[in-house]
Design a binder for this molecule. Structure first.
Ligand code: C2E
Ligand code: MG
Ligand code: MG
Length: 297
């Protein structure tokens, strides 16, 4: 009884506290499921069960692939492919995110370097970085070490962070931004517009790029509010000298609209889903810049 009451209490806390929840079997199953997944996660990295998929980012003026986002997947021996939504939160809670995040960074940088060697020297690599990872004392040093080992120029690495990291604005976080900037690494704000309402951080920190969340892009051509928000984000970014990336681009109308607003870069299923490395390499070789982007101009 006590254990079940405890589970219900945790559930209530998760719902934002200041509420009550009755225990249900489903809560137990969900907790059990998470625990199982967490146990497996401990071995995932050692056993080499994680893999990266790559999604191209396109320059909306030229239609060329200018970069890619590395997105982690977990090849679970029984469950098959597990997406980041299902395990990143657990990895943060258990502290395993440090190990996973470092693996992702190393793998993404060495893959980017390999594509640079193959002639695509302008490619930018974007790596998602969780708040926990960013808070680690050793974070900056670890990024530096990985860059040196891979031979990737720091300017080609983009770290995607969310606004939740910035809310903390401690001295340590400030220093970390500064150190990364000194190194030449670029910082992007992921899911921009969904987290934090104060914009003062945009001038306080060395930030290079805003990624407009896909929830705003989705209805951009039908919902005037979304259109207004996206247009305002692009205007703010440009007047601060930041680059803008639109996420979750799925339809030609969205593309046309974003281009008309002067959005710099876009990524989404309309161009390509995130794909394994071999497939991304084929995309790079066969990409026709004029086919998708310029045709909608
Ligand atoms: P995110 O960084 O905002 O990544 C974009 C997500 O949108 C990806 O989901 C991508 O597959 C999906 N997406 C891309 N284009 C489209 C589109 O046109 N339509 C729709 N509906 N979705 C699109 P994914 O790969 O499942 O990743 C989910 C989230 O997990 C990421 O959101 C990111 O926050 C996190 N994540 C992924 N990889 C890592 C990682 O290596 N480390 C950390 N800390 N987080 C990661
Ligand atoms: Mg991202
Ligand atoms: Mg995002």
């Amino acid at each position: 009884l006590m254990r079940n009451a405890d589970t219900a209490m945790y559930h209530a806390k998760q719902m934002g506290r200041n509420n009550y929840q009755f225990f249900t079997q489903a809560m137990n199953d969900a907790a059990q499921e998470r625990l199982l997944l967490e146990n497996d996660l401990r071995h995932a990295v050692e056993r080499g069960e994680s893999t990266l998929h790559y999604q191209p980012q396109l320059d909306l003026k030229t239609g060329r692939i200018v970069g890619f986002e590395a997105l982690v997947r977990w090849l679970h021996p029984q469950r098959g492919m597990v997406g980041p939504w299902q395990f990143i939160a657990g990895a943060e809670e258990t502290g395993l995110i440090g190990q996973i995040g470092e693996w992702v960074l190393r793998e993404a940088c060495s893959q980017a370097r390999a594509w640079h060697r193959a002639g695509h020297t302008e490619l930018q690599v974007s790596v998602n970085c969780s708040a926990q990872q960013f808070q680690r004392e050793s974070f900056v040093e670890s990024v530096g070490g990985i860059l040196r080992a891979s031979g990737l120029p720091a300017q080609r690495l983009d770290l995607e962070i969310t606004e939740s990291i910035i809310i903390q604005h401690s001295e340590a976080v400030n220093a970390r931004f500064q150190a990364l900037d000194d190194m030449g690494v670029r910082i992007s704000i992921d899911d921009f517009g969904t987290g934090y309402s104060s914009l003062s951080y945009l001038k306080r920190f060395a930030i290079h790029q805003l990624k407009i969340d896909q929830s705003f892009v989705r209805d951009i051509s039908s919902d005037p509010d979304d259109a207004a928000i996206v247009s305002a984000i692009i205007a703010i970014a440009h007047s601060l000298g930041l680059q803008v990336v639109a996420e979750g681009l799925e339809a030609p109308e969205q593309l046309a609209f974003l281009r008309s607003l002067g959005c710099d870069v876009a990524q989404g299923y309309y161009f390509s889903k995130p794909v394994p490395a071999e497939e991304f390499a084929r995309l790079l070789e066969s990409w026709n810049p004029s086919a998708r982007v310029v045709a909608t101009a």
